[in-house]
Write a protein that binds this ligand. Structure first.
Ligand code: NAD
Length: 298
């Protein structure tokens, strides 16, 4: 059988960022201000510093204003909530993102609950989770929305396809299952207690793996021709030729690539979509706040 097509998330994300940039310029022309994203980072977690830096750079490239707030690790809950309140009221700010994880002692749910749901461009607020659950317009978490975009770009109409999502987190697995259900796929949400997982996965036309276990999904779990979206980002222990450790997904790519019809690589698959969708969500929020029609084709 021919090798699976490689789903190029980087190229798709670049295209989306380009479309966001075009619409952001038109927005600025119409309103006299750029769409604005506020990013709040508490503490000095190394990975979070990298993500926040990347988000700021991506905003600048797309013509979005980014407002970074870096707070010390010993920031109190009251101080953090006061900042969120200030950002909720700030008319320059269309989207608010509080970088997770927060330092121990700060209640993540309380902080997310304080964000104005209409500025919650991460889609983590319970109001937005509820909107997604009942099919109302709202903000959808960036990673699963990016996965849906890649799937629809590859497969077109998903109606009637069997989809298996592995992992039931609030930020990836659950919203992914809801998005696929809304797109008329027949969805199984598998997790750590699922029995006979390889058999369950073998029935799927679409597999979305969001577990956080390196190369857990083996090639012989995949139905021939299936489309495989690998959300996992796992760093393997360092070796002589990879002193920082190789990055792998939740799917054993070298096995799955000879069975699947199409598959996302790690890195270069789902990863680049997350920031691109964050920019997209911020642009959408800006249009809603300004009373303008949300651009189509995003
Ligand atoms: P999480 O730890 O919150 O959830 C993992 C899920 O996997 C849980 O629901 C659990 O039930 C399930 N699980 C654990 N062991 C299992 C097993 N043996 N069999 C079946 N299911 C099992 O993780 P998350 O936040 O959803 O992230 C999942 C992965 O995706 C991680 O590797 C993370 O780094 C990655 N991720 C990538 C992006 C991106 O931008 N590409 C964004 C978010 C998360």
């Amino acid at each position: 059988m021919a090798e699976a097509a490689r789903i190029d998330g980087k190229a798709f994300a670049d295209g989306l960022r380009g479309r966001v940039a075009t619409h952001a310029a038109a927005f600025a022309q119409a309103t006299g201000r750029a769409p604005g994203l506020a990013v709040v980072l508490v503490g000095d977690d190394a990975a979070s510093q990298v993500y926040v830096g990347a988000k700021g750079k991506a905003c600048a490239e797309a013509g979005l204003a980014s407002f970074e707030h870096r707070l010390p690790a010993d920031t109190s809950k009251a101080e953090l909530l006061a900042l969120v309140e200030q950002l909720n009221r700030d008319p320059q700010v269309d989207g608010i993102l509080v970088q997770l994880p927060l330092p121990a002692g700060l209640d993540e749910q309380a902080v997310i609950a304080a964000i104005d749901p209409d500025k919650d461009v991460d889609g983590f607020h319970v109001i937005n989770a509820g909107r997604l659950a009942v099919g109302q317009a709202g903000f959808v978490p960036c990673t699963p929305l990016g996965c849906l975009m890649l799937l629809q770009d590859r497969l077109g109409d998903l109606s009637g396809l069997d989809a298996v999502v592995i992992g039931r987190s609030n930020i990836v697995g659950k919203p992914m299952a809801q998005l696929l259900t809304d797109a008329n796929a027949t969805v199984t949400l598998a997790h750590s207690r699922t029995k006979n997982l390889p058999e369950v996965v073998r029935r799927a036309d679409i597999v979305v793996a969001a577990v956080g276990r390196p190369e857990m999904v083996r090639g012989d779990w995949i139905k021939p021709g299936a489309t495989v979206i690998d959300v996992g980002i796992n760093r393997l222990p360092p070796t002589d030729d990879k002193p920082k450790g190789r990055l792998v997904g939740d799917v054993a790519y070298s096995e799955a690539v000879s069975v699947a019809g199409a598959i996302t690589p790690v890195p270069g698959g789902v990863g680049p979509m997350t920031i691109a969708v964050l920019l997209r969500n911020t642009l959408v929020a800006a249009h809603i706040h300004a009373g303008l029609d949300v651009p189509e084709g995003l």
